[in-house]
Design a protein around this ligand. Structure first.
Ligand code: ADP
Ligand code: MG
Ligand code: ZN
Length: 605
């Protein structure tokens, strides 16, 4: 029983008590006829008379109150005389003319109005509880689908989600659509049916999806892919059908499918149990999404941390064709997240910024966990608020804890990652033919310690050799920077090497871009440029050796160029890396301001 219920029980008791006393009091009031009243006066039972009302006489005896009606036009004295009471008896009576008695007002309020108020309050409480009952997780028995009411007391809004500004901005469009679908339908605007939230565990996918529903003030239906996995064939599909039909009945709304990868894995891979079940479930999702009528006001939000394993069918137009990437929080976002989670805790002297700086690679969930650990620690140390010490001590606890799922940096690793990414960015910036830098981040992501996002200026269908060569140099820029600065190489460059090698090999065997082999295609035509291709050996051993040599040459040259550029621009590399260590993320504009030299200004390297 929670404390609200205790209040209700207490007030019910109070109510009964009041009614009991009230009834007792009114029991003392006895209505009698005028004749009887007079008799009681004559017998000296009634010793006191109270006149308050024109039409009533109230008489008090030792333990009773008698009330009788009288003609309003006649005075009490007259009546008493008329009924034959003698004057001595009349004068012996204590007759009191009263308008209203304060005690009586209290009495009336206490026994008439207070019970009403209590009843009203109890009803209000019960009503509120019933309302909350539906807003807390309410499970539909059949489908296992859960629904959150957007107005529940534990609702989350965009304010409760720190960082993730770009994601929030993109989702604002969905919010507006759900708020006022007609506005969009009128113009014939198409709103994405499915939006995929992609991000590492604990990065706030579920949180953000719920925030969208509260912002739009629509219900939030939740199913999780992992719940389907071990079920019998057909059960998952049935659930999906159910979920969609419930959502359709509650439009506009959000249908959230968590852990989409659990169902949406690429089909026909390996011989895994529950394989057919998964396929049926996935098919059902596709069928439901395709079957939306025009004007359906449901937005399906999917969440995954493994977008790479998703079945491409899920990502086709009209399905999850919009992707929103949630990165791990950078240092500023971490500070905000910490503040959010310390909001409802007692904190003493703390430096939250320092905690944020010490927790690179922590996800939002890790940080929430950290705040809680700090509170527990403070309580165990018998303090009455959380101090900096508890926060810092909890970092380690969370790091070692079993619940953390994302990779975390040490200070040294962070430094290496910063130089590595700066290396990519500097090389890409100073070479004329490589894509311009959009964003650099060392907030860990997947296998790589960070990433440098470069985008082509325009979509192209042809690439030149010069472009390939510059691109290769910038891909090896990370490796080059590590070598130059630390005189050592880490495993962090392994993915770069893979990509670079593949690109160099393609140049040789497909595009005729090598020095010594020339214009010959040695790859079978089915292979795509991107993606893992295997080479059917259509050439001699000697040619194979030549291909290897050419590929190696191209790579070595690219590396040399990268190192040379970094040597020339060592000051910029240092500067960039230092800022990166501090900020963790650098956007295009800030990058250009930091470098302060035009793109492609090193032509002859
Ligand atoms: P995911 O679904 O991506 O695995 P969740 O949304 O379940 O992660 O996040 C877990 C918890 O971590 C949230 O309930 C929240 O307390 C905290 N959290 C994660 N990201 C943020 C954020 N950006 N701002 C505030 N809290 C966050
Ligand atoms: Mg989640
Ligand atoms: Zn790299």
């Amino acid at each position: 029983m929670n404390y609200k219920n205790i209040y209700i029980v207490i007030s019910l008791l109070l109510l009964f008590l009041l009614i009991f006393i009230g009834a007792n009091e009114t029991y003392k009031n006895q209505k009698i006829s005028l004749v009887e009243f007079i008799k009681k006066v004559q017998n000296n039972e009634i010793t006191r008379i109270i006149l308050r009302d024109e039409s009533q006489i109230i008489g008090e005896s030792k333990d009773q109150i008698y009330i009788t009606n009288k003609d309003p036009k006649e005075s009490v004295y007259q009546i008493f005389k008329d009924y034959g009471l003698n004057t001595t008896t009349i004068f012996a009576l204590d007759i009191e003319q009263k308008t209203t008695n304060f005690k009586e007002i209290i009495f009336a309020v206490l026994f008439n109005i207070v019970p009403l108020l209590i009843i009203a309050w109890i009803f209000w409480q019960i009503f509120k509880q019933a309302q909350r009952g539906t807003s807390q997780i309410f499970t539909f028995s059949k489908s296992g689908i859960k629904v959150y009411n957007p107005n529940s007391p534990d609702k989350v809004t965009f304010k409760d989600v720190a960082g993730l500004e770009e994601a929030k901005e993109e989702l604002m469009e969905i919010v507006e659509f759900l708020k006022n679908p007609q506005k969009f339908f009128r113009i014939g605007a198409k709103i994405p049916k499915g939006v995929l939230l992609v991000g590492p565990p604990g990065s706030g996918k579920t949180l953000l999806a719920r925030a969208v529903s509260s912002e739009a003030n629509v219900p939030f239906f939740y199913i999780s892919g992992s719940e389907f996995v071990e079920m019998f064939v057909g059960v998952g599909a049935g659930r999906v059908r159910d979920a969609f039909s419930i959502a359709k009945k509650n439009q506009p709304c959000i249908l959230f499918i968590d852990e989409l990868d659990a169902i949406g894995k690429v089909r026909s891979v390996g011989i895994t149990g529950g394989h057919e079940e998964r396929e049926q479930t996935l098919n059902q999702i596709l069928v439901e999404m395709d079957g939306f009528e025009k004007g359906t006001k449901i937005v399906i939000l999917g969440a995954t941390n493994r977008p790479d394993v998703l079945d491409p069918a899920l990502l086709r137009p009209g399905r999850f064709d919009r992707k929103i990437v949630l990165d791990l929080p950078d240092v500023k976002a971490r500070e905000e997240i910490l503040k959010i989670h310390l909001r409802d805790k007692k904190i003493g002297k703390t430096n939250i910024k320092e905690v944020a700086e010490r927790t690179p690679g922590f996800s939002g969930a890790d940080l929430a966990n950290l705040c809680n650990e700090a509170a527990i620690l403070a309580a165990r140390r018998n303090k009455d608020s959380i101090s900096q010490k508890e926060l810092l001590d909890s970092i380690e606890k969370v790091l070692l804890g079993p619940e953390r799922k994302t990779k975390v940096y040490s200070k040294k690793e962070k430094e290496i990652a910063a130089y590595h990414e700066s290396g990519h960015a500097i090389v890409a910036h100073y070479l004329p033919h490589s894509h311009p830098v959009q964003k650099i981040s060392i907030v860990s992501r997947g296998k790589a310690g960070g990433y440098t996002l470069k985008l082509p200026v325009e979509e192209k269908s042809f690439y030149s050799k010069k472009e390939f060569l510059d691109e290769l140099a910038s891909i090896l820029g990370g490796y080059a920077a590590e070598k130059l600065v630390f005189n050592d190489i880490t495993t962090g460059a392994s993915n770069d090497l893979e990509v670079a090698t593949e690109m160099a090999k393609q140049m040789v065997v497909r595009f005729g871009m090598s020095e010594n082999i020339g214009p010959i295609s040695l790859a079978s035509s089915t292979q795509s440029f991107i993606g893992k291709s295997f080479y059917e050996k259509e050439y001699s051993e000697k040619m194979a050796e030549l291909i290897d040599n050419e590929t190696k040459n191209i790579l070595n040259n690219a590396l040399e160029r990268a190192i040379k550029i970094l040597e020339i621009k060592k000051d910029k590399l240092e500067k960039l890396a230092k800022v990166l260590i501090k900020k963790e993320v650098i956007e295009k504009k800030q990058f250009q301001k930091l470098i302060n030299e035009p793109k492609g200004s090193l032509l002859n390297v």
